[in-house]
Design a protein around this ligand. Structure first.
Ligand code: HAM
Length: 431
């Protein structure tokens, strides 16, 4: 029996890859404008890193991590997210010494043992961005503007930005106590998980999808009503800056993030088009994380987008798929030989060319050229070969013209590379 892949871990097939590459290239371009540089960190880290950053009592650490002992009995974990590894690297390599404001982005696979469904997988991909070194509310606004610009530029418009503040270590404890005592009088209505965790992680109860928890927390105190002066000012300044920049957002006082490192501003980009998985991107400020991980007291803020979810929203776009500029349809041994040499020369000069190797009929070859989406087909039969001129067909208009085989290479490079540059130009403008 053939071996299949692992449940919840998907292949990204050639037909889907164009959208992925487009989403990735757009991120590189948009994030680059805001001064971000790419960082690549390993997919495996010491388990301790995630326990300390994401939090021992979170769903991710309690039940979703792929953790294993290596041959030396060291506990390792496949990264469930990118922020902790990037901060680990930043501290280890003292990246903050190069520039007081470090702006990094990353893309790659993450792993969480969740129940797979549409938009939720066990290996999924994130494109993330992090800014370290500034607690200025303008940085929060800038990160959000960049996120919104990304969505606008890739043409995903049916999304909305939700904003909240989770306070800081000054104001969160008092809020936490207020929430625990509110929940303590309603434990009967809570689900089994929340009855267990409301003392240790009361904020998760607000976010719980169970019907009982949802109604029991309908009037629960909200963090934004318990912010200290500093956090309140910060939140107002973020909102004011977003208003200045004409960025639309909604305040969602019930938004609770599934990772413990957040402070102050938190946000999600949500959609109604992905069923239960409504967050396409999410993030926030994490001002204590770097110190918690043994680094200096540097503030940070960032987000990560789920690429599978972006791709589902973007849908297929045939314009993004790379197609041959030319298909050479050759009939007979002599013509096949000329065609193969011409094709290779054109490929060496940067033209995407395809031909047939199975000795199919002209009709079948042209059918394949059409299926591949070739812009032109050069037909070389025995007669054309004898006359020293093939027939060049424009596959869109159907127009045909003779093409001298002796000059074909240079003429085709000139014509096809130029149209390629024009196409790239058009695509870049669309990007
Ligand atoms: P997160 O909310 O856990 O945050 O994940 C961010 C995004 O990753 C989600 O909004 C979703 O689009 C995608 N995602 C998460 N889990 C899955 C899954 N099982 N299948 C498919 N997509 C998924 C973080 O990971 C933080 N590190 C974000 C951050 C960066 N905060 C600050 N900087």
């Amino acid at each position: 029996m053939a071996i299949t892949g692992i449940k919840g871990m998907n292949d990204i097939l050639p037909a889907e890859i164009a959208v992925w590459q487009y989403l990735e290239a757009s991120a590189r371009r948009v994030f680059g404008c805001y001064g971000f540089n790419e960082i690549r960190v390993p997919v495996v880290e010491k388990t301790e890193l995630f326990k300390r950053s994401i939090g021992e009592t979170t769903d991710i650490v309690e039940k979703e991590m792929y953790t294993f002992a290596d041959r030396n009995d060291h506990s390792l974990t496949l990264r469930p997210e990118g922020t902790a590894p990037v901060m680990r690297s930043l501290i280890q390599h003292k990246l903050f010494n190069r520039d007081p404001l470090t702006k990094l982005y990353y893309m790659g696979p993450m792993f969480r043992y969740e129940r797979p469904q549409k938009g939720r997988y066990r290996q999924f991909h994130q494109i993330g961005a992090e800014v370290v070194g500034a607690d200025d509310p303008r940085i929060d606004a800038q990160v959000l503007v960049m996120l919104c610009q990304y969505f606008a530029e890739v043409g995903i418009t049916d999304v909305s930005l939700q904003l909240n503040s989770l306070g800081c270590k000054e104001c969160r404890p008092a809020y936490r106590e207020a929430l625990i005592s509110y929940l303590a009088s309603r434990t009967d209505a809570l689900c089994e998980d929340c009855q267990r965790r409301f003392q240790t992680n009361p904020l998760r109860v607000i976010d719980c999808k169970a019907v009982g928890c949802n109604s029991a927390t309908a009037d629960a105190p909200a963090m934004i009503d318990h912010l200290c002066g500093h956090c309140d000012n910060h939140f107002h300044a973020v909102r004011r800056t977003l208003d200045d920049l004409e960025v639309d957002y909604e305040i969602n006082p019930r938004m609770v993030r599934g990772l413990d490192y957040y402070t102050k501003t938190t946000f999600e980009m949500v959609t109604n088009n992905l069923g239960a998985q409504n967050a396409v991107a999410a993030g926030g400020r994490y001002d204590g994380l770097i110190q918690e991980l043994g680094g200096p007291a540097l503030p940070g803020i960032g987000f990560a987008m789920g690429v599978e979810r972006l791709a589902l929203l973007k849908g297929e776009d045939s314009q993004l798929v790379e197609k041959p500029a030319l298909f050479i349809a050759a009939l007979g041994e002599g013509a096949q030989r000329v065609a193969f040499i011409l094709m290779t020369r054109l490929q060496r000069r940067g033209v995407r060319v395809e031909m047939d190797y199975a000795g199919r009929s002209l009709k079948a070859q042209i059918k394949r050229a059409d299926k591949l989406g070739a812009a032109h087909t050069l037909i070389i039969g025995e007669t054309e070969l004898a006359a020293g001129a093939g027939v060049l067909r424009d596959m869109t208009s159907g127009d045909q013209e003779p093409l001298a085989l002796s000059a074909a290479e240079d003429l085709l490079v000139q014509r096809l590379v130029c149209s390629r540059i024009a196409l790239d130009g058009a695509l870049t403008t669309r990007l």
